[in-house]
Write a protein that binds this ligand. Structure first.
Ligand SMILES: Cc1cc2nc3c(=O)[nH]c(=O)nc-3n(C[C@H](O)[C@H](O)[C@H](O)COP(=O)(O)OP(=O)(O)OC[C@H]3O[C@@H](n4cnc5c(N)ncnc54)[C@H](O)[C@@H]3O)c2cc1C
Length: 408
């Protein structure tokens, strides 16, 4: 088969490495370099990294299954959580090892993708240069950390201070002596609170309840409920309290999924819920259209390889799909059940604790090697350590994290 892949980030590279074994592959990458998110650029409008960013997972979890991180980039003392440059070097080494370089067309943005129809039996992919390419299957691996999500909040238009999104953060200098509100509950809010508190007068971390077990070393970070209204420089919170004299607001509220090259008749994004997708990978009516990397709150690189291997096995006939109607029915049932449990649509693709069962189910379909129990233990323990000690977890060695894992 001839397969087109959109994106040469970790997900696109994972897909290319697996699919090239049996198929002809072309990877389209809009930038001049591979690596996606890990391709750091100084421009605050480009990419979501900042110079000091280190991974929030130990390097043992930052690897594709058959290309161990520590074999190629071993940790020096106190460096089990590598900086972003090391992750890019890892992805570059993986690309060379799998001989993927010649498959990638750089500086080539995919503009539109048309499905097979009565007139044509192939996918038609049009690039930014107007070239049309025909493919038997298409893999979407365009990432989802590019379009900032800015939830509405009343009064924000009249806020006299400055506002930004975590995507545009590069360093804490401009926050010196400022009172900064950081809104968000996830990893970016955690890292930015820590970095910015080194310069700011006070950091108000909103949307995060301080866990009992959390150690707090910086006295100028305080934890608060979600903001509900802004009145001048005051931020009113959902627990009826108020933060006065805020100078700057940083939204660490995530990103939107976006597939501007696909018609929303094919794939719909509503409140950040992408549908219809069977197993978060396949379009039920176009089983030659696959998405790699949709779930979040995951261990990304191993999950990308697992999804890609599942898709490759499907194309090779090693497992099969239910009928399109049965898949569609299953998707609707799952979304309905999720909503009935008061799940917010924008959390639908959040796997968290469900990552293990999700990967196990995919692997079972293609009759692959089960995920080692130690991987699950390490993933769970690394997350626990991060929650317990957001300021210091990166100082832990893998041995200390694993010791913790054996106690779980
Ligand atoms: C601040 C931050 C910190 C993170 N830290 C970690 C961490 O510590 N560990 C970890 O494992 N994960 C981390 N992640 C998650 C990270 O996103 C994944 O590790 C991984 O990089 C996602 O890979 P991807 O290929 O899905 O997306 P991306 O890396 O975004 O790659 C997508 C690629 O598609 C290309 N593209 C998009 N549209 C088109 C188009 N139309 N045509 C052609 N090319 C296109 C882009 O240019 C890009 O190269 C972090 C994310 C963020 C935002």
């Amino acid at each position: 088969m001839r397969i087109g892949i959109v994106g040469a980030g970790a997900a696109g590279l994972a897909a290319a490495s697996v699919l090239k074994v049996e198929h002809d592959i072309v990877v389209f990458e809009q930038e001049e370099k591979l690596g996606g998110l890990w391709n750091y650029r100084d421009d605050p409008e480009k990419g979501a990294l900042y110079p000091t960013l280190r991974t929030n997972l130990p390097r043992q979890l930052m690897a594709f299954w058959d290309f161990p991180f520590e074999d190629h980039f071993p940790a020096s003392s106190g460096d089990d959580f590598p900086g972003h440059e090391t992750v890019l070097n890892y992805l570059t080494a993986f690309t060379a090892h799998k001989d993927l370089g010649s498959l990638i067309r750089f500086n080539t943005r995919v503009k539109s993708i048309q499905p097979p129809d009565r007139l044509a039996s192939n996918w038609r992919l049009v690039t930014c240069r107007g070239e049309t390419e025909l493919f038997d299957a298409v893999v979407i691996a365009n990432g989802h950390y590019d379009q900032p999500r800015l939830p509405a909040i009343s009064g924000v238009q009249s806020f006299p201070g400055t506002i930004s999104h975590s995507k545009n953060y590069r360093n804490p200098d401009s926050f010196a002596t400022k009172r900064v509100m950081i809104w968000g509950a996830a990893a970016s809010a955690q890292d930015l609170s820590r970095e910015i508190s080194a310069k700011a007068q006070q950091v108000f971390w909103c949307g995060k309840r301080k866990p009992n077990s959390m150690t707090l070393q910086q006295s100028n970070i305080s934890y608060h409920a979600d903001p509900v209204r802004i009145d001048g420089q005051s931020v009113l919170l959902s627990d009826q309290t108020c933060i006065p004299e805020v100078d700057h607001i940083i939204y660490c509220t995530g990103y939107h999924y976006a597939f501007p090259f696909l018609s929303d008749v094919i794939i719909n994004v509503s409140n950040n819920l992408v549908s219809p997708l069977y197993k978060d990978i396949i379009h039920p009516h176009y089983p030659t259209l696959a998405f790699i990397g949709i779930p979040y709150l995951i261990i990304p690189f191993p999950l990308f390889i697992t999804q890609a291997t599942w898709f490759a096995a499907l194309l090779s006939g090693k497992h099969s799909l239910p009928t399109p109607n049965a898949m569609e029915k299953e998707i609707v049932t799952e979304i309905t059940a999720f909503r009935q449990q008061n799940g917010k649509p924008w959390h639908y693709h959040r796997l968290g604790d469900q990552q293990g069962p999700y990967m196990d189910a995919l692997i079972k379909d293609y009759n692959g090697k089960p995920v080692p129990e130690l991987f699950h233990q390490l993933a769970k323990s690394a997350q626990l350590r991060r929650q317990q000690d957001p300021e210091g977890f990166r100082k832990l060695t893998i041995k200390q994290i694993l010791n913790n894992a054996t106690q779980l």
